[in-house]
Write a protein that binds this ligand. Structure first.
Ligand code: NI
Ligand code: MN
Length: 225
């Protein structure tokens, strides 16, 4: 499964022969100015919650690609009202078998509202089951005991926020890796804004000391998961 990072919490997974784009916030991100938003043609867009730093480019990319948006039912209703045709609403704890694999929507402890102030439902994370792999994307979240529910999933990779202030920071993300029993972590949701600047060397050392493989791919870089 190929992972490509687009900054903040935006990334793409090639999974089950399809392209999945997560939390598209690219064009407002100065750090991602080399990414051509109009060149992104995903089959699916997975949205963890309604905040602007996760959905700024959703409409543009959906229009360019006709991608199906997978999100919580409350946001699905809002997108439907905005005229989007291809929306798949889910809710926390529910899974669905798509043509690329299975998606389970899981709890995140955060807030969620839409750019116009509308109710955004509960924030979410996702577990993706595809190509024989299990990938957890935590979305924006605090450290929460609910993560322990994933401990027996044998997750291959976890994509965790590490930027602090709005989400877990480095220390809590290390605890989260223990809760979910996963030794391969990709850190996201850092450095985009002054409040979430991290010391990457410190992060690398702390994860290494905890025996966890931390990857911090550059924007535009890919990893084989
Ligand atoms: Ni958020
Ligand atoms: Mn965020």
């Amino acid at each position: 499964m190929k992972f490509t990072y687009y900054g903040q919490s935006a990334f793409e997974l090639q999974a089950g022969g399809k392209t999945l784009l997560f939390d598209p916030f690219i064009s407002p991100n100065e750090m991602a100015k080399n990414i051509d938003v109009n060149g992104l043609k995903p089959d699916y867009i997975l949205l963890s919650h309604g905040h602007g730093d996760h959905m700024a480019d959703l409409f543009t990319i959906e229009k360019n690609s006709g991608a199906t948006v997978i999100c919580i039912a409350d946001i699905a209703g809002w997108l439907d009202n905005k005229g989007l045709k291809n929306v798949h609403g889910m809710n926390i704890g529910g899974g669905f078998n798509f043509d690329f694999g299975r998606v389970k929507m899981v709890n995140a402890v955060h807030s969620s509202s839409m750019p116009d102030g509308s109710y955004g439902g509960n924030p979410a994370g996702f577990v993706i089951y595809a190509d024989g792999k299990k990938i957890y994307f935590a979305g924006d979240t605090a450290l929460t005991y609910d993560m322990k529910l994933l401990a027996d999933e044998s997750l291959d990779w976890a994509i965790l926020p590490i930027g602090d202030n709005y989400t877990m920071g480095i220390d809590d993300a290390i605890k989260a890796s223990g809760f979910i029993n996963c030794k391969n972590v990709i850190g996201v949701h850092y450095d985009t804004f002054p409040a979430i600047k991290i010391n990457k060397a410190e992060a690398a050392k702390k994860f290494a000391d905890a025996g966890i493989n931390l990857e911090l791919p550059g924007i535009g870089e890919s990893l084989d998961l």
